[in-house]
Design a protein around this ligand. Structure first.
Ligand code: HBI
Ligand code: NLE
Ligand code: FE
Length: 438
């Protein structure tokens, strides 16, 4: 029969647990896990997911569980009452902290992958004092991946049918997973094909930057060329770029295996650390890819992270994210999206690009400054709730008056957030200090 039970989350409203007939005991076990947040022992937890588009989201779910170090103990699927939908019961063995991250991740990714989390009979996801990194070394635990668009899972990915490319991606991801705070940034000897992909994007950009990029970007792009860190025939190594940033704004890099959760990604910015991917997009799609790759990080993000005002803005988004609720993280990442990733700004009577997603994707750069999209003034309270998609060119862009103006507006908006404490970064110790506000 239809099993129904009260959800363990705070609202107390009834939640449907699918047709799997979870027992009351299983739910009680779940609650006891929630009450012992420090318990690191492995527990079995059950989740019921509804897949809205047939079974297509299933591989992504399994991969996500693996990413969070969970082991699938049991899986059962059945057609739900509505056509084309499936309910999936998954039992996993994993520790509580990873479980909490997994659930957050599944919820965050749900809009894209056509799945709904019907029930988590395992833990209360609202934790009173959410963990966040206090020291730069804590970022070793902030490397959770979003499983969205991957060569292993997406048939539309240009690397899907390319065995060699997939093996290469796996190798470079493992380098990032093995990285720990304090390690030297590993060099990747790039292949001829990878250098060729870089060259195509770089040479196109050299021609476009003077006309389309904001002056702060242009200045630092030229500096990187003068210092021979950016040159057309080979992909720059992260360590060289990290040293360049360090002397300009104190930012440094650490390798990341792929698209990180917004929470993990933003938290590193609080420490003036940028988590950078190291793999290169497939040679068949040089001018646009939905995934971040080293070309995006290097050509998109690096020039502006060397600008003091912009670096400060980036760090402030990061600081605001520490200990924020899931809803606030969503808003902060939307603001990040429409500024750092896809922002435009005024320069006299011109409009220029400063967003990294534009400056690493030639096709979208031209689109964003053409007349087939909409420009709106950047205003944190409305920008923060604007829905966006991350697979194709944006239909809407936000225009800031200047970085200083964007920062001022952002500060005023952040002050309306509900966090009961303030944070301050101490660069001498690479520590975030937490101050109770009264
Ligand atoms: N992860 N590795 C990596 N690189 C990014 O640029 C990135 C990310 N995760 C999330 C993200 N960017 C943003 O778009 C926001 O969600 C914060
Ligand atoms: N679309 C960008 C590019 O092709 O470089 C990457 C965006 C990453 C968020
Ligand atoms: Fe980016």
């Amino acid at each position: 029969g239809e099993a129904k039970a009260e959800a363990s989350s705070s609202d107390g409203e009834e939640k449907e647990y699918g047709d799997f007939g979870l027992t009351e005991e299983e739910i009680v076990l779940a609650r006891s896990i929630a009450e012992n947040p420090d318990d690191q022992s492995i527990q079995t937890a059950a989740m019921v997911l509804r897949l809205r588009e047939g079974m297509t989201a299933l591989p992504r779910i399994l991969k996500t569980i693996e990413n969070f170090k969970g082991q699938v103990a049991h899986i059962e699927t059945r057609p739900s009452k509505k056509d084309g939908q499936f309910d999936v019961l998954v039992k996993v063995n994993m520790n509580r902290q990873n479980l909490s991250s997994l659930i957050r991740n599944l919820r965050q990714g749900s809009s894209l992958g056509g799945l709904t989390l019907l029930a988590e009979n395992n833990i209360a996801v609202t934790v009173k004092d959410p963990w966040f990194p206090r020291h730069a070394s804590d970022l070793d635990n902030c490397n959770h991946l979003m499983t969205k668009y991957e060569p292993d899972l997406d048939m539309s990915h240009p690397g899907f049918a390319d065995k060699e490319y997939r093996a290469r991606r796996k190798f470079i991801a493992e380098v990032a997973f093995a990285y720990r705070y304090g390690d030297p940034i590993p060099n990747i000897p790039y292949t001829e094909t990878e250098n060729e992909t870089w060259k195509r994007v770089f040479n196109t950009l050299v021609d476009l930057v003077p006309k389309y990029a904001c002056k702060e970007y242009y200045t630092n792009f030229e500096k990187l060329r003068e210092e021979k860190i950016f040159k057309s025939d080979c992909v720059p190594q992260l360590v060289e770029v990290s040293n360049f940033l360090k002397k300009n704004t104190g930012f440094t890099l650490r390798p990341a295996a792929g698209l990180l959760t917004a929470r993990d990604f933003l938290s590193s910015l609080a420490f003036r650390i940028f988590q950078s991917t190291q793999y290169i997009r497939h040679i068949n799609s040089p001018y646009h890819t939905p995934e971040p790759d080293a070309i995006h990080e290097l050509l998109g993000h690096m020039p502006l992270l060397a600008d003091p005002s912009f670096a400060q803005f980036s760090q402030e988004i990061g600081l605001a994210s520490l200990g924020a609720s899931d809803e606030e993280i969503e808003k902060l990442s939307t603001i990040y999206w429409f500024t750092v990733e896809f922002g435009l700004c005024k320069e006299g009577s011109d409009t220029k690009a400063y967003g990294a997603g534009l400056l690493s994707a030639y096709g979208e750069l031209l689109h964003s400054l053409g007349d087939t999209c909409e420009h709106r003034p950047f205003e944190p309270s409305t920008t923060a709730v604007q829905p966006y998609q991350d697979q194709d060119y944006q239909p809407i862009y936000y225009v800031a008056n200047s970085f200083e103006d964007a920062k001022e507006k952002f500060r005023r908006w952040v002050a309306t957030m509900s966090r009961p404490f303030e944070v301050r970064f101490n660069p001498h110790t690479e520590t975030v200090e937490v101050l109770d506000s009264v």
